[in-house]
Design a protein around this ligand. Sequence first.
Ligand SMILES: Cc1cc2nc3c(=O)[nH]c(=O)nc-3n(C[C@H](O)[C@H](O)[C@H](O)COP(=O)(O)OP(=O)(O)OC[C@H]3O[C@@H](n4cnc5c(N)ncnc54)[C@H](O)[C@@H]3O)c2cc1C
Length: 371
Amino acid sequence: MQLSDLKNLKIAIVGAGYGGAAAAKALSLLGADVNVYEQANRIREVGAGIGLRPATMNRFRQWGIFDAIAKVSSPSEYFEILTATGDPIMKETWPADGEQTHTHLIHRGDFIDALLSVLPEGMVHLGHKLETVQDKGDGSVLTFAGGKTVEADLVVGADGIKSVVRRQLFSDKGPVFSGEHAYRAVISVDDAHGMVVDDNLRMYIGRGTKIYLLPLRHRGQVSFDITALCPDATWNPQVTKDDMLKTVDGFDERLVSITRGLDMDAVNIRAVYDIDPVDTWHSDSVVLVGDAAHSMLHHQGQGANSAIEDAGALADALREADSVKEGLALYQATRKPVTDELQRISRQGWSEDEIDEVFPGQKPAAAAPKE
Ligand SMILES: Cc1cc2nc3c(=O)[nH]c(=O)nc-3n(C[C@H](O)[C@H](O)[C@H](O)COP(=O)(O)OP(=O)(O)OC[C@H]3O[C@@H](n4cnc5c(N)ncnc54)[C@H](O)[C@@H]3O)c2cc1C
């Protein structure tokens, strides 16, 4: 699209999570008139860490915000999978061959703060809970709780797994329970019983439980995350320390000790959901990004990364196409095959066979897990 057309484009983004904040950055760099509407009165993220992949970091470099993210994260060389008792199963080196940029490990709260801090003052409007979206073909009307309405040429639904935009315009299918719970906490490295030896992400697996240790060296902390099988589909289930200890039974005694030492008030507990792939992510003037479009299970650590890549691809597509309509079609054609596949493999979790499918031929036979 011509620069002058992009400058006249009024864009309303619903949701100020990673997808919404990244879309705001990428689209405002095109010169568009961007506003973000977020339901929360204060942005807060779960106390946990995630890994920002090289492609994500490269987008930040392109947008001129690499340093803002690098300042609050630590580069990591590889991701290793081990058995419950610490025998190595496989190792994925970061960055992949030929790439110069490392994966960076970051606290979720620092990540959203850094992303929002690079947006122009006044772009994000808190306390705006979207209730309805009316698609009028060449534009849309958003209505928020309390009755305020906003008109926009392009609406970006970045409103997460329970997206109102998706449910009202594209798919009324609800989230799907995975049969798992996630228990997440950030603890001091001093409380990690010597399990943090370098800056690399490690996952220990056994009997359906996965324990992730994600070092946050710049904070002197480590994100300690347990994903465990559980049939209770309540979004925010009640789980006790004893319940958690049962899920790590048989793991390296130091991992059990970390679990025993957790402050339960600081542990984020939730059931894990994703969505089935959505056939269409856009109309002529409304489009979905991030979890709203393709919420996936966290087993590949790609949900937030995908949201950032969506934002970059959406901006690229609008610049390349002749119209918004064409740009949205190009964006979906670029991103949906990638996220469909990530949704698929993320559902497979991490059994031995599944590791073999994701990393073919890399599993050393001698180091098969003792389960
Ligand atoms: C246990 C777990 C571990 C994970 N680990 C990783 C990982 O290691 N790596 C990774 O890349 N990803 C990971 N993810 C996935 C990642 O958290 C999500 O993919 C990511 O947060 C999606 O960002 P988003 O901006 O699309 O959605 P969200 O983060 O859900 O943001 C949506 C925003 O929209 C707002 N909103 C919702 N409804 C409305 C409304 N009606 N009106 C206005 N605002 C609204 C919300 O308040 C929120 O701020 C993990 C997820 C889980 C559950």
